[in-house]
Write a protein that binds this ligand. Structure first.
Ligand SMILES: Cc1cc2nc3c(=O)[nH]c(=O)nc-3n(C[C@H](O)[C@H](O)[C@H](O)COP(=O)(O)O)c2cc1C
Length: 215
């Protein structure tokens, strides 16, 4: 075994993009996972594909189960509450988490928001001391069609990255990194042709950052 290989770690990789082989966020996450596997000889990777298997939005039964005494819960409440606890067990049971997502309408796709809403339960995993992500390494891989960098016309329109960082830190993580590929629509959307070199440089930098982070 390579001396640098780390053993007995676990990684939860959450995919959000429905873009399949065209997805930039998935391409970067694939690089992250393969580097991670090479570095963790006996590591266990759980891939959770929210595009293929979306989590449901919270409904009344799921929400009110937590406020209803156990012996008074309906069958639906019991099942939905148990489902949320399974999701929490999954994410708090690993050492590392990588969440790979596009930007949609200046924020996260709703399936990722639904996942976040499912896993945050007051007193179990929350932003008020139930810090189940404490000690975990959390990486976000984000693909954005445009750019929201300083100086860009839409600087300040990004309600995705700050939000994702907030979620991870509120739940206790301190080792949080965002790997960003921007301008991914250059070459596809009329008017962005001149930005193709910047897009390519951004994707190359994101792939390199993924290799470095996962090693
Ligand atoms: C429904 C939808 C909404 C989008 N909204 C934005 C947006 O607000 N800002 C942006 O920069 N790109 C936006 N895009 C472009 C995606 O962020 C971009 O194509 C990204 O590469 C998608 O990630 P993926 O390649 O991993 O699928 C949007 C794309 C779709 C399909």
């Amino acid at each position: 075994m390579n001396r640098e290989q780390k053993t007995l770690s676990s990684l939860l990789a959450i995919e959000v993009s429905p873009g399949g082989e065209h997805s930039v966020s998935r391409q970067i996450t694939a690089e992250f996972i393969s580097t991670w596997k090479a570095a963790h000889a006996d590591g266990n990777v759980i891939v959770k594909d929210l595009a293929a298997n979306p989590v449901p939005h919270l409904d009344a039964e799921a929400i009110f189960a937590g406020y209803t005494p156990e012996d008074s819960r309906s069958t639906g409440m019991v099942a939905k509450h148990a489902y949320r606890h399974e999701l929490i067990k999954e994410i708090t049971g690993v050492d590392e988490i990588v969440i790979s997502t596009p930007m949609w309408n200046w924020s996260v796709p709703s399936v990722l928001k639904a996942y976040i809403d499912q896993i945050i339960i007051p007193g179990t995993l929350d932003g008020s001391g139930a810090d189940g992500l404490k000690g975990k390494k959390v990486t976000f891989v984000v693909a954005q069609g445009g750019s929201y960098a300083e100086g860009a016309p839409r600087h300040g329109w990004d309600y995705e990255i700050g939000y994702l960082k907030l979620v991870a830190t509120a739940l206790g993580a301190t080792d949080v990194e965002v790997i960003l590929a921007e301008l991914t629509l250059a070459g596809q959307v009329p008017g962005m042709e001149a930005l193709v070199p910047k897009k390519e440089a951004s994707i190359a930098a994101a792939l390199e950052a993924a290799r470095k982070r996962a090693a």
